[in-house]
Design a protein around this ligand. Structure first.
Ligand SMILES: Cc1cc2nc3c(=O)[nH]c(=O)nc-3n(C[C@H](O)[C@H](O)[C@H](O)COP(=O)(O)OP(=O)(O)OC[C@H]3O[C@@H](n4cnc5c(N)ncnc54)[C@H](O)[C@@H]3O)c2cc1C
Length: 424
């Protein structure tokens, strides 16, 4: 029997892994709890870094990578930092940088990305299969059980089942997720001539942070489609699921204690959350308030920001984990999905070496795990550092950060070095 990989979870990481293995001729089956490919579609965009693009390029067949590029939004080449009045502190990157097929940032709708990643995997992906647990089988094999009473057998079980991973719960019960005490309120605003005029022009070449007082930060990004996905959602559904209309996204990040009663906040509807955002940003730029006022109410949501903590090495066997299942992080570095894509490429490369006989299974899986723990928990630390900077309340510290940003902006060599780091 050929070596067979079972992947639990058909999100960004699991699907990229299935594509990478499939492309290299390794036998793979993926099990996803959703019943169909457009169940629970999320409408927001995702930002893929040059490194993430390269890993996708390595895993996807050329025609699918082409589709990924074609369905991405207009280039995202800068990152800006502003004060609460939208005055520029620092902008890194180059707004006029030519777009590169691989080595440039890409902003893509989650719906379109999922559609691309699912293409050609009709005989690999099994929908409506909720994983409930696994058991070891004789001969080093493993059996996955599903809620509908069925099971599947394979040689390696890969957890790609996201933040509340059932595989992790059974395999690494010591790996915990922590509540950071912070939250995000986010929304989409239709992008038209009026809303465009509300934002600093640099923001349309990338994304930006507005640093406010009292530990509040607003992240903003515009998404302008170049071509429409074939699973276009009608605007009549509201902007949340719409992947046809251009929009601006805003994201207020702060701590629960600064906004009030958490239970009450989590039960609020769009209009109430919009009011919360108005009050939280009292005294900030009137242009920001105008933008918040124009938010699509159905797209406004609030969610807690959680994180994983570094896990010590474990004994390598025939169960492993990729993506949020092992290294969930707050979205404050914009690299959670990118890290899941890197995991998928590294694991698929190592498994191909195993099937060629150049590595043992323990070397292939253990090598992946050691490398992943290193880069992934560095990414978690970066996301936590950014989160802490965004919600730190000390006025002295915030004033110092702003001064530092203005200084960096005024010194081109420093800005260029920061740009080079950002592009890695
Ligand atoms: C607001 C926000 C913005 C973000 N922006 C960015 C960004 O710009 N760039 C970036 O890199 N990252 C971003 N992230 C992070 C990114 O979304 C995640 O890191 C990424 O989706 C993780 O991919 P994954 O495949 O590990 O998990 P997921 O994409 O969550 O996929 C897990 C899959 O497993 C399935 N599943 C779960 N349980 C079971 C089960 N028991 N049985 C079977 N299937 C199961 C789920 O249905 C799901 O399809 C953002 C996150 C948030 C919340």
């Amino acid at each position: 029997m050929p070596f067979r990989v079972l992947v639990i979870g058909g999100g960004i990481g699991g699907l990229t892994l299935a594509q990478g293995l499939r492309r290299s001729g390794v036998s793979v089956a993926l099990y996803e709890r959703d019943r169909a490919k457009d169940d629970r579609l999320q409408g927001y965009r995702i930002h893929i870094t040059p490194k993430g693009c390269r890993a996708l390029h390595d895993c996807l067949p050329p025609e699918l990578y082409d589709r990924f590029v074609a369905t991405s939004g207009k280039p995202n080449t800068t990152l800006g930092f502003y004060d609460d009045q939208m005055r520029k502190l620092l902008v890194i990157g180059d707004a006029n940088a030519p777009e590169h097929y691989i080595d440039s940032f890409k902003s893509v709708s989650r719906i379109s990305l999922r559609e691309v990643l699912l293409s050609g995997l009709e005989d690999v992906v099994n929908f409506g299969k909720t994983f409930t647990g696994y058991e070891p089988l004789p001969g080093g094999r493993v059996r996955a059980h599903f809620e509908d009473g069925t099971h599947a057998d394979g040689d390696l079980l890969v957890a790609a089942d996201g933040v509340n991973s059932r595989v992790r719960e059974q395999f690494l019960p010591q790996a915990k997720r922590l509540d950071t005490g912070a939250l995000s309120v986010s929304a989409k605003v239709p992008l038209d001539e009026e809303t465009r005029s509300l934002l600093p022009p640099q923001l349309f070449a990338g994304s930006g942070f507005l640093f406010g007082p009292q530990g509040k930060t607003v992240f903003m990004a515009a998404h302008e489609f170049r071509s429409r996905s074939s699973v276009a959602r009608e605007p009549a559904d509201g902007l949340l699921m719409d992947n046809t209309s251009d929009y601006i996204m805003w994201n207020l990040v702060t701590t629960w204690e600064r906004l009030g009663d958490r239970d009450k906040l989590e039960r609020m509807d769009g209009a109430e959350l919009r009011q919360v955002a108005f009050e939280a940003t009292e005294g900030w730029s009137p242009r920001l308030h105008e933008l918040i006022a124009r938010s699509d109410l159905g797209s406004i949501s609030i969610f807690p920001l959680k994180t994983s903590t570094p896990v010590d090495g474990w004994e390598t066997g025939n169960i492993t984990l990729i993506g949020d299942a092992i290294h969930n992080m707050p979205p404050t570095a914009g690299v959670g999905a990118n890290t899941a894509i890197l995991d998928a490429r590294l694991l698929s490369r190592n498994l191909v070496e195993y099937t060629k006989g150049t590595m043992s299974l323990v070397e292939a899986v253990g090598g992946y795990e050691a490398e992943m723990r290193d880069y992934a928990f560095k990414a978690v630390a970066l996301a936590m550092r950014n989160l802490k900077m965004g919600v730190s309340a000390g006025s002295l510290q915030r004033a110092f950060t702003k001064t530092l940003f203005r200084f960096f902006d005024a010194v081109p060599p420093i800005r260029e070095r920061m740009t080079a780091t950002m592009m890695k």
